[in-house]
Design a protein around this ligand. Structure first.
Ligand SMILES: Cc1ncc(COP(=O)(O)O)c(C=O)c1O
Length: 352
């Protein structure tokens, strides 16, 4: 089967580019003495997680328990859950995983700590705690060193828990200042963190300059996307996943309609000031994917000297690649330019 006979829309992943992206990040981490703990949210495929480990990663990061369950089932056994878990149902699922893998969980509150403590109690297995701090993103994460210290002390004092360190996402502008205050304070109480974990692909190659981290959680680097290219992290040639689509209609000379809409592309638009639209067409750089309905993508060709015909297949680099993986049951894989088969996106859709 050749690539042109694959039904569209379909995400096509080039394993040669994947391999180069993985190797480059591992080399960066090795050169700076930083452990790499890739986030599987981008690919959601156990075989790719295994490849990341084979190249030298310390373990993996999962966002949702459901993702971790898929990965543990596939044999991955060193997992950071970088997301606060709350309540009895989550505690029970975490307890079921705990004897099967070395687990760490990021928390930023006493109730989240209590959930992990309950899982440790129920399973009899020790679970590591990372306290998440906000470094300028205003998402999860404690805002003050006092809160961090209180949670670290609570982790240390709770049977079944182990205080392992601190984490933040992304590695924001306030990380260095926060750590400059937090690290001596933790040390003064005998709680020097074994792990100082930062994350985010766009600035990954500057992580060693940003703050004294010793672990890097990156996800998007495996495929790259329009945002990581815009951030200067990657080039178009480093984009491993293209959505292959077909032009299904050309109602007007300046308009093409493709067979992929919001069922295939994430709604993420580019940050203000960067390019418009929902994706980049490498073969038609001036084309603009300006609107999505569920199954249609509306492409403005006004700026294109050359324009695609009905039936023509186009490649699109999505703005943000992680949600694209989440929208499909399988991806097509190529190596050496040859179609290798379809791979299941085993951990897709695991929103709980
Ligand atoms: C907690 C956490 N760590 C790491 C990452 C990886 O970020 P990136 O995909 O930019 O590498 C994410 C992405 O959402 C995240 O939420």
């Amino acid at each position: 089967m050749d690539l042109l006979s694959l039904e569209t829309p379909v995400p096509v992943v080039d394993l040669d580019i994947v391999e180069a992206n993985l190797a480059r990040m591992q080399r960066y981490c090795d050169a700076h003495g930083i452990a790499l703990r890739p986030h599987i949210k981008t690919h959601k495929i156990p075989a790719l997680a295994q490849r990341q480990l084979a190249l030298g990663a310390r373990g993996i990061t999962c966002q949702k328990l459901g993702e971790a369950e898929v990965m543990v089932e596939a044999g991955l056994d060193d997992i950071l859950l970088s997301y606060p878990l709350l309540g009895a149902a989550k505690a029970a699922r975490l307890a079921a995983l705990a004897p099967r893998a070395k687990l760490r969980v990021a928390i930023d509150s006493a109730p989240a700590l209590a959930t992990v403590a309950e899982a440790a109690r129920a399973s009899g297995a020790e679970i590591g705690i990372l306290v998440e701090f906000d470094s300028g993103t205003a998402r999860t994460g404690v805002m003050t060193v006092e809160e961090l210290l209180a949670l670290a002390r609570a982790a240390r004092a709770t049977p079944g828990l182990r205080f392992d360190g601190v984490m933040t996402y992304p590695l924001g502008p306030k990380a260095a200042a926060f750590l400059a205050e937090a690290l001596p304070a933790l040390k003064a109480e005998g709680m020097e963190p074994a792990i100082i974990s930062g994350g985010g692909t766009p600035r990954a190659f500057h992580a060693h300059e940003a703050a004294p981290i010793n672990e890097l959680r990156v996800g998007t680097y495996i495929y790259n996307d329009r945002m990581t290219v815009a951030a200067g992290h990657a080039t178009w040639a480093d984009c491993a996943l293209h959505l292959h689509v077909t032009v299904i209609s050309r109602p007007e000379p300046h308009r093409a309609i493709i067979d992929a809409g919001s069922k295939s592309f994430a709604a993420d638009i580019m940050p203000a000031g960067l390019q418009e639209g929902y994706g980049y067409f490498p073969d038609y750089p001036e084309a603009k994917l300006e609107r999505l309905s569920e199954e249609h993508g509306m492409v403005d060709l006004s700026a294109c000297a050359r324009r695609p015909e009905i039936g023509e297949r186009l490649r699109v680099v999505p703005n943000h690649v992680c949600p694209v993986s989440n929208l499909v049951d399988r991806i097509a894989v190529v190596q050496g330019g040859v179609f290798q088969g379809y791979w299941d996106v085993a951990a897709r859709g695991r929103s709980i």
